[in-house]
Design a protein around this ligand. Structure first.
Ligand code: URA
Length: 211
């Protein structure tokens, strides 16, 4: 596991070039997020999986580990996958944005929602993953992933919630981000959100099986 970069507000100097066509994530300077992230976090999982899950961006633990969904939200996602009858080994998991965006609060690096410009810049990598993996179904975990997948900054989770949306030749389903099922203020909302995520994953499994 890498050590986090020191929490300087500006990060190391360097060029940012939105038109760059980098060969590797480590070389990516398409937006500014590389400056303060420990490393880029690529998608991982089964190659050519029938189901692809797309989150928002790596969190603190993912930034250090270099792997997606390994922190608390990842643990909840693992449980939801198991409850939906899906093995994590059978899916491909990635994020709309590949670098951790954060702000310092005390000694903690707190998640900051990526801006549309950062999501747009990172579409370069998400498109590559979609092209390579050719999933039968893509599950957007939360609004940021949905906006990226539909290439629509105004897409609303409620409108696409657990519904099949066809976009750019792909089948997209949307549900809550796992963090919402962890952090919603009351137990009833958290339980409902968790059940909704399991229902969407079951729906994805049915669609992916072609039945
Ligand atoms: N939240 C995300 O959206 N992605 C991760 O990889 C971890 C937490």
């Amino acid at each position: 596991m890498k050590k986090p970069k020191p929490p300087s507000p500006a990060g190391p100097p360097g060029e940012t070039d939105p038109s760059q066509q980098p060969e590797s994530l480590d070389a990516c300077r398409r937006c500014d997020l590389w400056r303060r992230a420990t490393q880029a976090v690529p998608g991982e999982g089964k190659r050519r999986a029938r189901i692809m899950l797309v989150g928002e961006q790596p969190g603190d633990g993912e930034d250090l580990a270099g792997k997606p969904f390994v922190g608390p939200a990842g643990k909840l996602l693992d449980r939801a996958l198991a409850d939906a009858g899906i093995s994590r080994d059978d899916v491909f998991i990635t994020n709309a944005v590949k670098h951790f965006k954060w702000e310092l609060r005390g000694k903690r690096r707190l998640h900051k929602t990526p801006g549309q410009r950062e999501v747009q810049a990172c579409m370069y990598w998400l498109e590559r993953e979609l092209e390579q993996e050719q999933p039968a179904v893509v599950v957007a975990l939360g609004a940021t992933a949905l906006k990226a997948l539909l290439d629509d900054a105004h897409a609303r989770l409620q409108e696409h919630f657990n519904k099949v949306t066809r976009h750019a030749g792909r089948t997209v389903l949307a549900t809550w981000h796992p963090s919402y099922a962890l952090r919603a203020p009351d137990t009833a909302t958290r339980e409902r959100a968790y059940a909704d995520i399991v229902a969407a994953l079951k729906h994805a499994r049915t669609l992916a099986s072609g039945k």
